[in-house]
Design a protein around this ligand. Structure first.
Ligand SMILES: *Cc1c(COP(=O)(O)O)cnc(C)c1O
Length: 483
């Protein structure tokens, strides 16, 4: 029997000792701590392989995968921009990887300084007065923001039970508001793909806590009436929440604060070049205006002019939303990106993202239906509805793109466009790549008429061919099965 002792200094400077005992002789007996249900009955079929065999296996798997380094990745709403490798270098610096969040503030001044300066940069880009980096993703940021909305109205003693979301909103908006106990009111978009102001007016009642909006919205269209909507919301005593997933269109050009928003989440893994896809990790910082500052999760990272420190003393705080600081590695990558770009570079990135999207939109609008034919921001939505008579769907187009080495765009979202193909080229791509994509899309549109079976059977040479989407969704069996 051995014993490991952990010692920890507490706030009143007394030492706390934790002892953990474990058996050192022979195998660890899991049956003493795990329920029988969780124990396997037979020994697992584990391969016994050399390092070379393992390397070949994983290198082979990596080649089967798709990534931004391999080809064009216009996955709308997800901002699959290139993630500069210098970000990885910075995240792996020993000064960052070698620290532990339980160390004292004075032992990790560098890490705290990085988080503080990242917060300050994001405050400039959003116009917000305070920021937390804790949430682990956009959806988690929304949950944090909606928790702040809830606590705010509790504090000022107002009963507000409803949250308004547009019908073009991302599914996480109504989902997170619902998780925080709000009733969801959906409002319509008008024929120009924007929130219908009259419908906002009709639905703004004294029990509306917040309106959640994305601007530019998920159709890639700038909400021109945003100032009127924010005025209406504030006159009604409601808060305005900004889903910042589309910030890549407006960096350095305008801010959510200038549009009248009170709470903002950002997606560092989208706009700020931290890699994503494959499930994370991400980071979804949340910024707020002055009057909501006290509700942020603890600890907040502060600077007293000499030292950076964690402040837990926020009486109205909603509490913690994530262990320690959040996903610190993602913050290093995002801050490196911001430093590399500078504010002028970030603005240029947004301008190029908007330019690239408009270029593609204009080149593709003849061959595909364009439901909203107005200048777009960083992305736009086509429809494959004009292929219906050939029995071809947006999904068929998406799968055929794989044959041409292009990652499919986002399909069937936003829900208000039938057979939606949502295309976001990002600023990273050259004109040659965009022109090649235009050629491929035109070729596919021709195939729809002359060889639709090519689309129906696609993809033709991927490791996994066309999958049965319905069965895949209904029968979630991912276990290895012996042939
Ligand atoms: C990606 C996205 C989200 C959710 O962000 P995650 O980081 O994936 O949780 C919310 N809204 C919009 C518009 C998005 O594109």
């Amino acid at each position: 029997m051995s014993e490991l002792i952990f010692e920890k200094k507490t706030n009143d400077n007394t030492q706390k000792r934790h002892a953990v005992s474990f058996e050192t002789d022979g195998a660890f007996d899991l049956s003493k701590i795990l329920k029988k249900d969780y124990m396997r009955e037979d020994t697992p079929l584990l391969p016994s392989l050399s390092e070379l065999e393992v390397m070949r296996h994983f290198t082979g798997l990596s080649e089967k995968n798709f990534c931004i380094e391999k080809g064009f990745y216009p996955l709308g709403s997800c901002t699959m921009k290139y993630n500069p490798k210098v970000n990885e270098w910075a995240a792996f610096l020993e000064g960052f990887t070698g620290i532990h969040p339980h160390q004292d503030d004075e032992d990790m001044q560098g890490a705290l300084e990085l988080m503080y300066k990242l917060q300050e940069s994001l405050k400039i880009l959003t116009g917000m007065e305070a920021m937390t980096l804790q949430p682990a993703a956009g959806a988690h940021g929304e949950f944090t923001g909606m928790s702040i909305v809830k606590k705010y109205f509790e504090k000022i003693g107002e009963q507000r039970t409803k949250v308004i979301v547009p019908d073009s909103s991302h599914g996480t908006n109504p989902a997170t508001a619902h998780m925080c106990g709000f009733e969801i009111v959906q409002i319509k978009s008008d024929e120009r793909g924007q929130v219908d102001v009259e419908d906002v007016k009709k639905n703004l009642s004294p029990d509306v806590a917040a309106i959640m909006m994305t601007n530019p919205n998920t159709l890639g269209i700038f909400e021109e009436n945003i100032l009127e909507i924010s005025k209406l919301a504030h006159e009604n005593g409601s808060l305005l929440y900004y889903d910042g997933a589309n910030l890549n269109a407006v960096m350095g050009i305008t801010t959510p604060h200038d549009m009248g928003f009170d709470i903002v989440h950002l997606n560092l893994h989208k706009t700020f070049a931290a890699p994503h896809g494959g499930g994370g990790p991400g980071a979804g910082p949340v910024g707020v205006v002055e009057r909501l500052k006290g509700f942020l999760p603890v600890p907040v990272i502060e600077f007293d002019g000499e030292k950076y420190f964690r402040n837990y003393d926020l009486p109205d705080s909603i509490g913690k939303v994530k262990a320690f600081f959040g996903n610190f590695g993602v913050m290093i990558k995002a801050y490196t990106y911001i430093l590399m770009m500078g504010m002028a570079g970030l603005k240029l990135a947004s301008c190029d993202a908007v330019l690239n999207a408009n270029y593609l939109k204009e080149k593709l609008k003849g061959a595909y239906k364009l439901p909203y034919d107005i200048p777009c921001m960083h992305e736009f939505v086509l429809s494959a509805e004009n292929f219906k008579e050939f029995h071809i769907s947006a999904m068929n187009v998406a799968k055929r793109l794989i044959d041409y080495g292009v990652h499919p765009p986002t399909v069937y979202f936003p829900l208000i466009v039938h057979e939606a193909l949502m295309i976001e080229p990002t600023e990273s791509e050259s004109k040659a790549v965009l022109d090649n994509f235009v050629d491929i899309m035109h070729k596919i549109a021709e195939e729809v008429q002359i060889a639709p079976e090519l689309l129906v059977e696609a993809p033709h040479d991927t490791p996994v061919l066309k999958v049965d989407e319905v069965q895949a969704a209904r029968q979630l069996n991912v276990r290895y099965q012996k042939a």
